[in-house]
Design a binder for this molecule. Structure first.
Ligand code: HGY
Ligand code: MN
Ligand code: MN
Length: 423
């Protein structure tokens, strides 16, 4: 089989199978399926192990090399003619939100795997190896921070700090990973991170732009920045029946006033600022005890670094002022800081060329959602391909996409990967 060169008439995209790709999604969707048609597949959970085992079985039937690394990223490698050449990577994540959908993350892993299969079916050899990857814990729900596996790969976080992190039940990443390997064993490559040539991630848009503008492909030019914070509010437990309000140090009421007091800072007539409190835990949680502690998380996003810095830097003082009003104290800890990340010009151009060559209607787009590409872009030229999803809904069990749109993105991906792997 000849290495394909520019201009050869064999196209990997012609061998993308819309049905095979759809069936693989439906098979994956059974793992962690929820009654409302979504998926709950928490990072390094039994469901995640089953998904990795299923991917590994498909990879084994193709004879691909499957291996993992110390943070649990899972790699499926299709060899190139030059084993010493830096590989091209493509993938996303298999973990989901608790009320997640069938396509967020899973699509990027399965589209990458479909591209490998299409190359086999087309009899295409590439100079560089191409590696499909499932990054560990992109969603950052069970464990924080999100994009954990790609962040470790890119050297953003120290491995030990990540492995010792614990979920709300007290299980560490290290122990969860060890447990997962019992169900989904994979050869362990001891080094974390390795030189790569480039990376492309396919993902549903998780927004309404492509659907509303009737575009088939979104060419991501930038992933907006994000800052995430733990806010811990400390008050004093007291009897709800005997303690006068003026003597209370009510952590719950203090925390609620913080969430509201931040609204003016986050107010934005252009509706570009994304300020979210998605987790709010009260301690001790008894109806007849004044709460002594609240732990809540802030997720703040914006495409402009100066705005992200100004807004994020304004959080602590507002929380401290509110805490003082009720005799409480507060600790603000920033646990995720990711600047707005432009995609690599070369990867963007190749994705655009691939979409054009396939005659697909496409537009440039900024990603409102975070992705593993924002870390991988720190160590190699990275690009992203978006496909439409139903009404732009995601992080919701009704998330949906069409087989045709998924296949379109996989076609663009396959040809872009061949271009990168042969240049
Ligand atoms: O939060 C995000 O943007 C990603 O979907 N996990
Ligand atoms: Mn995702
Ligand atoms: Mn997500």
């Amino acid at each position: 089989m000849a290495v394909t060169t520019r201009g050869s008439n064999i196209r990997a995209s012609d061998h993308i199978s819309e049905d095979r790709l759809w069936q693989r999604h439906m098979a994956m969707a059974k793992l962690g399926a929820t009654p409302r048609g979504g998926v709950n597949r928490q990072a390094l959970s039994a469901e995640d192990a089953q998904a990795r085992k299923l991917l590994g079985s498909w990879a084994a039937s193709r004879g691909y090399d499957v291996f993992t690394d110390p943070i649990g990223n899972l790699y499926v490698k299709r060899p190139g003619t030059d084993a010493s050449a830096k590989p091209v990577l493509s993938g996303s994540h298999l973990d989901s939100q608790p009320t997640g959908g069938k396509f967020d993350g899973t699509y990027g892993v399965l589209a990458a795997f479909e591209a490998l299969e299409a190359l086999d079916d087309a009899g295409i050899k590439t100079k560089r190896p191409i590696v499909a990857v499932a990054w560990t814990n992109e969603e950052g729900n069970r464990f924080q921070p999100g994009c954990m596996g790609s962040g470790a790969f890119a050297g953003v976080y120290p491995l030990e700090q990540l492995l010792s992190g614990k979920d709300p039940q007290g299980t560490s990443v290290r122990d969860a990973f060890a447990e997962l390997l019992k169900t989904a064993p994979a050869r362990l490559e001891p080094r974390l991170g390795f030189p790569i040539d480039s990376y492309i991630e396919a993902h549903i848009e998780q927004g309404p732009i492509l659907e509303n503008t009737k575009n088939e492909i979104g060419i991501v030019t930038l992933i907006q920045g994000m800052r995430r914070f733990y806010i811990d509010v400390f008050g004093e437990e007291a009897h709800s029946g005997t303690t006068p309000l003026k003597l209370r140090k009510d952590a719950l009421k203090s925390a609620c006033s913080m969430v509201t007091a931040l609204e003016p800072l986050m107010a934005d007539p252009t509706d570009t600022v994304r300020y979210t409190v998605g987790r709010f835990e009260i301690y001790p949680g008894s109806p007849s005890t004044v709460p002594s502690k609240v732990h809540f998380l802030i997720d703040l996003r914006h495409p402009d670094i100066a705005t992200l810095e100004r807004l994020g830097d304004g959080i602590a003082s507002i929380c401290e002022a509110e805490a003082a009003k009720r005799g409480c104290t507060v600790k603000v800890t920033e646990y995720t800081t990711v600047a707005p990340m432009p995609m690599g010009a070369e990867a963007v151009a190749l994705v655009r060329d691939s979409a054009k060559a396939l005659g697909m209607k496409h537009i440039d787009i900024i990603s409102g959602a975070g992705h593993d590409a924002m870390h991988v872009a720190k160590v190699a030229p990275a690009g992203m391909i978006f496909v439409p999803c139903w009404k732009g809904i995601s992080h919701n069990e009704t998330e949906d996409a069409t087989a045709k749109d998924l296949a379109n993105g996989a076609r663009v991906l396959a040809d872009a990967l061949v271009s990168l792997a042969n240049r």
